[in-house]
Structures are given as structure tokens and as C-alpha cells.
Design a protein around this ligand. Structure first.
Ligand SMILES: *Cc1c(COP(=O)(O)O)cnc(C)c1O
Length: 411
């Protein structure tokens, strides 16, 4: 079952989104989103919601966040005119360089913003989950900076696979808790982190890593990540005198993409394209292309598209990039798909690897495997749309992927 909306409903939802009216008072983005959480967590989510609406618009809070983003996290990140890729693809390509941000990806924008919020809300400690470890590292760094203890839940399988990131978290002062239950990877780690929060909803702050989860997280994370799109919009205007023909980003949970897209939603002329992980192919369990083939359901506290079977069992997923390997997606992306404002495509493992190598050779930039999916999607789009101006969200750097790359490239 897919959600079908009539033309007038689509238009009305886009108007409400552009007017800042979504999520609505129930935390919904049209049919998606909401708050599906245990009774015991509802008061904590309500306190968080009140805190979000109090502090995000607060000039003192935004001044502190802005200062920290600039002097600690390295913002604004550059916009690079990718001359080599432009020549190869027959397009005019610009890269928004989140790989230049502190800890190597856009994740720091969210982790820092939420750590500051946790401090304002009087939390005694921060709880987080991590899969590949990137969100854990960003959270550990932000919590050290802000001065708040941090506990990171991580699947036992991931702890083994991502040893360097575990060491980085430990160096940055985080406690890393191995999760031995369930699939012993990200999904189990999220369940366990939620459980820890239920046990101590007053003293803990749960720092979620993508634009997913129960309200207000999808909204909060979007607001903290739109700095990417706001900067890019200004930088594009300064360098090219206008907006791009297309803005393209990769989609795991969807935070870097929503951050890049949001400030362009009202520009009808700007095509927005999200690129999911096509993995090994279209077979069951071979990819994590949630928006392409998912169906609506509830996962981790919100109603959105998911990769599930007809009994509602969550499917196995696969991607060469750990950060895209998630069976759900943020509710705002499900809405943007349903109203047709964003087009969602996918790139296979192989296409991403090819694009990664091309970016290294042509630009002297080693992108993260996740970001390489955006590059691959852009490369395909450029072929069908010659001579256009393309803005690509380069969400992170690929140093973390060297073990995977060495293995794959030596095969
Ligand atoms: C985690 C990660 C992603 C995927 O997360 P989103 O929430 O979809 O942005 C993409 N790129 C990099 C570099 C990441 O670390």
C-alpha cells in the first residue's frame, strides 16, 4: 500500500510546509510523523518539545550555537566549484563541503545543537545510539565541548566492525555500551538507548542522530541541519548569481538532505533529488532504498515509509555505506515524496564506488561512501540534463571508509 494524495491535497500540503505550518501540532507532516512512543516517554518528549520551541527561536541560544558552529565546528563550510567533474559530466557542478566540518561530516551540526539544548534543559547526561559510529563520535565531541557526560549505545557487531570510531568516542570521553540484544547492530542500539531514556527521562537527554524518530526530533534535526542549505543558497548566489537547477543529496535517515533541500523548497525551478542506497540490486534485502520501495508503517516512534514485509517485519538492508544502511526514513521525506516536490532515486554500491573514485581523481576530494551516492545520482542526472547547474551535498569525508575501500578495490 502506498499513500496517494489528490492534486489539491498535494498543493495544500506544500503551501503549509512552505508556510512553516508542518509539522502540525500533532507532530505530523501530512499523513506522516507523529509520536508513537511508550507512555512513560510522552512527558519527556513533551518537555523536549517545549524546550525546542523555547530555545531554537531564542536569540541568546542561536547566538551561542552560531558562535560554536563558527569557531569550533568550522562553519561556514566552503562551496567548491568542481571544475573537473563539470568537464567530465558536461554540467556546472558545485560541492557543499560538509566533509570540511569538524569530525568530518554534517552530523556535528545536529550533535552540537542538541548538546547545547540538553545543557539548557538541565540534563545530567546525554544518551545516544550509533551504528557506524559517526553520530557517536560527533555526539562525544559535542558533549565534551559543552561539558556534559555522554553514554553511547552501540551494537556489539558494530563495535567490532568500527573499532577506530569506538576508540575515538572513548578518547573524547564517552562511555560506550555494547548492545548484545536483537540484531546487535543499529536497530538494537536504538531500542536500548530508548530503554535507558525510559528508565531516566528526567535526568537524561536523548540525542537522536537523524531526521527520524518521534516528534519533535524530525523537526529539531531539520532545523539544526538547514544551516547547510542556507549557507549553500547564499554561496551559490555569490558565485553564480542565482540558484542551481538541481540540488542533490544522499538519504540515510534523511538529515543532510533535508538540511540542504529545505531552503530551496519554495524555488519551483530548483529540482530536488534524494539518492538512496541501491546496494547490490533491487532484490529483497539487497538495498536500503526505503522511499523507492517502502510502505508506510511505524518504526522508532514515527509513521513513515519503511522496508517491511507484508506482516510488518522489518526487512534486512544492505549498502556498502554504513550510514545509509537503515530500513526507515524521516517522515518529512515521505511527505515530500507523496507531494512530488522531491524526486527520489538510488545509486548502487558500484555506481557509488565509481563516483567516489572519479571525485578523488577530478577534484582531489575523498568523499564518504554515503556522499558518493549523491555524486553518482548527480552524474546520472547530468547525463539526462546536459549543461545544467548542479549543487551536490557532500555530506562527509571518506577517511573513515578506507578499510572498506581497501577491501573492495583490491578485489
Ligand atoms: C550518517 C551519514 C549520512 C546519512 O545520514 P542522513 O541523516 O541521511 O544525512 C550521510 N553521509 C554521511 C557522511 C554520514 O556520516
Amino acid at each position: 500500500m502506498q499513500i496517494e494524495l489528490a492534486d489539491n491535497e498535494r498543493k495544500a500540503l506544500l503551501t503549509r510546509l512552505l508556510g512553516g505550518k508542518l509539522p502540525d501540532e500533532h507532530g505530523r507532516f501530512g499523513p506522516f510523523g507523529g509520536r508513537y512512543a511508550p507512555e512513560t516517554l510522552i512527558p519527556a518528549l513533551e518537555r523536549l518539545e517545549a524546550g525546542v520551541f523555547k530555545y531554537l527561536p531564542d536569540p541568546e541560544f542561536s547566538a551561542e550555537l552560531g558562535r560554536e558552529l563558527e569557531t569550533w565546528a568550522g562553519r561556514p563550510t566552503p562551496l567548491t566549484h568542481a571544475r573537473g567533474l563539470s568537464a567530465r559530466w558536461g554540467a556546472d557542478v558545485y560541492l557543499k563541503r560538509e566533509d570540511m566540518a569538524h569530525t568530518g561530516a554534517h552530523k556535528i551540526n545536529n550533535a552540537l545543537g542538541q548538546a547545547l539544548l540538553a545543557k539548557r534543559l538541565g540534563a545530567q547526561r546525554v544518551i545516544a545510539e550509533t551504528g557506524a559510529g559517526q553520530h557517536g563520535v560527533a555526539t562525544a565531541a559535542a558533549c565534551a565541548r559543552v561539558g556534559i557526560p555522554c553514554v553511547v549505545y552501540m551494537g556489539a557487531v558494530d563495535i567490532e566492525r568500527q573499532a577506530p570510531n569506538v576508540d575515538r568516542m572513548l578518547q573524547l570521553g564517552a562511555e560506550v555500551v555494547p548492545v548484545e540484544s536483537g540484531d546487535r547492530t543499529l536497530r538494537a542500539a536504538i531500542d536500548e538507548a530508548f530503554r535507558a531514556w525510559v528508565a531516566d527521562p528526567q535526568g537524561s537527554y536523548y540525542l537522536l542522530g537523524s531526521a527520524v524518530g518521534p516528534h519533535p526530533y524530525p523537526y529539531l534535526v531539520r532545523e539544526l541541519q538547514t544551516v547547510i542549505g542556507r549557507e549553500a543558497r547564499k554561496q551559490m548566489a555569490a558565485m553564480t548569481g542565482g540558484v542551481p537547477d538541481a540540488a542533490i543529496a544522499c538519504i540515510g535517515g534523511g538529515s543532510n538532505a533535508i538540511g540542504l533541500f529545505h531552503p530551496f523548497l519554495g524555488d519551483e525551478k530548483v529540482q530536488l533529488i534524494g539518492v538512496e542506497a541501491g546496494g547490490r540490486g533491487t532484490g529483497l534485502g539487497d538495498n536500503s532504498a526505503t522511499l523507492a520501495t517502502g510502505t508506510p508503517g511505524v518504526l522508532h516512534g514515527c509513521y513513515s515509509l519503511l522496508l517491511q514485509d507484508i506482516d510488518g517485519q522489518i526487512q534486512e538492508t544492505h549498502s556498502v555505506s554504513a550510514g545509509l544502511d537503515y530500513p526507515g526514513v524521516g517522515p518529512e521525506h515521505s511527505l515530500l515524496k507523496a507531494i512530488g516536490r522531491v524526486t527520489y532515486t538510488s545509486a548502487t554500491d558500484q555506481e557509488a564506488l565509481t563516483a567516489l573514485q572519479e571525485c578523488c581523481a577530478a577534484e582531489g576530494i575523498l568523499p564518504a561512501l554515503e556522499s558518493a551516492h549523491a555524486l553518482a545520482g548527480a552524474r546520472t542526472w547530468a547525463k539526462d540534463n546536459p549543461g545544467k547547474r548542479i549543487l551536490i551535498g557532500l555530506s562527509g569525508r571518506g577517511d573513515k571508509d578506507m578499510p572498506t575501500l581497501s577491501k573492495v578495490l583490491r578485489q
